[in-house]
Design a protein around this ligand. Structure first.
Ligand code: PMP
Length: 436
């Protein structure tokens, strides 16, 4: 497989060699480290990406989940092009940010008010700051293994392996204010509130489970987070950076009847352009008003950027008008079923699991039908790091790109035939890797 990869991607190899001279590991984002080197993409359109050697890949990575409408969606591209021509940075208020804000408050149930940020990471950072300011408390309860971006308050308790050890460069004082609880363990959650309730400013959760649902989270767990936060005078922060405008326009809160105090948004909510948003109740978002006695600071040169706002408006309108979430969620079901049928047919111990429009390809897991919420981090992550890389390389050679760790995202232009291609490619890769 490696020889094949080297033979098919010589121009990527050259770019990588050059990149290593100016960037650590030759990449700008840790997750792009791939041995022997990552592919360099020249352009993308719809559900296809073309690398610098002219290899065309059917894309299931979906821009880290941001490209719900696929690449270069005509409506989004037109909106961005028009906005670009009017200037990209006014250092002033502009109509597009108002239109964007109105759409978020219309669709996200917990959003009475909204403020924009530069990324999903900034969204969770601002949400945690708001929770601390509103409650006058310092601790944030966070679910171990959940990813909320890479700022200090989201990174403490993790290193690059997310194994709970101290993160280099993050103050011990910051880590001490983060209370990590295991996923789906309601008793542990209750215990942390019983012990530290008076110090807890908020509890933050990824509603699909960590890393796009790699460790799925039960709906009942989410409900309990909300209840315990409320009962203890803490805020419930829902990180809908992935799920917002992907699983439903109103995120998981619209499906489960949750009313988080704060909602973090990014990815699909920005039309795939850089940016993010924090939305919340009048009360909590009021902390950002200049009249608030404990006014919370919020800045950012690129916050509410007009080009991002234009993309976001076009994407949100398209997602709502075309009922995009229903299509991609149904395709997610079809993909899980087709993959698991294929695994059964081959008699291999693999599982495609997940919810809505994302899924994970996992080796050596309990058979289908077993409770996905019982899957622990240990069971999932340890056997898969190298294997996921081998799987990804094998699939690239079959003309299919998936996310690291075996993540698959569906997008609006995907059809069943694309899923069938993924299944056939996976079938051949399993043979090639000699996997059982
Ligand atoms: N929260 C969640 C749930 C995410 O998945 C991510 C990104 N993968 C973030 C926050 C951070 O967003 P960004 O990469 O835009 O900083």
């Amino acid at each position: 497989i490696l020889d094949d990869y080297l033979r098919r991607t010589p121009t990527s190899a050259q770019w990588s060699q050059r990149a290593r001279k100016s960037m650590p590991d030759g990449v700008t984002v840790d997750t792009r480290v791939f041995n022997p080197y990552s592919l360099y993409v020249a352009h993308a359109s719809g559900v296809h990406k073309t690398d610098v050697d002219g290899n065309v890949l059917l894309d299931f990575f979906g821009g880290h989940g941001a490209m719900v409408l696929g690449h270069c969606h005509p409506r989004v591209t037109a909106a961005v092009t028009e906005a670009m021509a009017r200037g990209v940075q006014y250092a002033a208020c502009h109509p597009l940010e108002v239109g964007w804000a109105e759409r978020i408050t219309r669709h996200i149930p917990g959003a009475a008010k909204v403020r924009f940020t530069g990324s999903g990471t900034e969204s969770t950072m601002l949400a945690m700051r708001l929770a601390r300011a509103r409650t006058g408390r310092e601790c944030i309860v966070r679910v171990a293994t959940h990813y909320h971006g890479w700022h200090d308050f989201a990174t403490s308790g993790y290193n690059a392996q997310f194994d709970g050890s101290p993160a280099p460069g993050v103050l011990g004082e910051v880590a001490a204010k983060t209370l990590l609880v295991p996923p789906n363990d309601i008793a542990a959650l209750e215990q942390v509130f019983a012990q530290h309730g008076a110090d807890i400013a908020g509890v933050i959760v990824e509603p699909l489970g960590s890393h796009f649902g790699l460790v799925p989270i039960a709906d009942a767990y989410l409900q309990r987070c909300a209840e315990l936060a409320r009962a203890n005078g803490a805020l419930f922060i829902l990180d809908e950076v992935v799920s917002g405008f992907r699983i439903a326009p109103g995120g998981i809160q619209s499906l489960l009847g949750l009313r988080p105090d704060l909602t973090c948004l990014g990815k699909a909510a920005t039309g795939g352009m850089p940016g993010g948003a924090v939305a919340g109740s009048e009360d909590v978002m009021g902390m950002l008003q200049s009249s608030s006695p404990r006014k919370v600071l919020h800045q950012g040169t690129f916050t509410g950027n007009p080009v991002t706002a234009a993309a976001a408006i076009a994407a949100i309108d398209e997602i709502v008008e075309k009922d995009v979430c229903t299509h991609i969620n149904a395709l997610g079901d079809y993909a899980r079923e087709s993959l698991n049928d294929m695994f059964d047919r081959k008699g291999v111990r693999w599982l495609a699991y997940g919810r809505y429009s994302g899924l994970h390809l996992m080796p050596g897991l309990p058979p289908r039908g077993s409770d996905p919420f019982a899957i622990t981090r240990g069971e999932v992550a340890k056997p898969t790091a190298e294997l996921a890389a081998a799987l990804r390389m094998g699939l690239i050679l079959e003309g299919v790109d998936i996310g690291g760790r075996g993540t698959v995202f569906l997008a609006w232009p995907h059809q069943r035939e694309h899923v069938d291609q993924l299944v056939a490619a996976m079938d051949r890769v399993l043979d090639r890797l000699g996997m059982d």
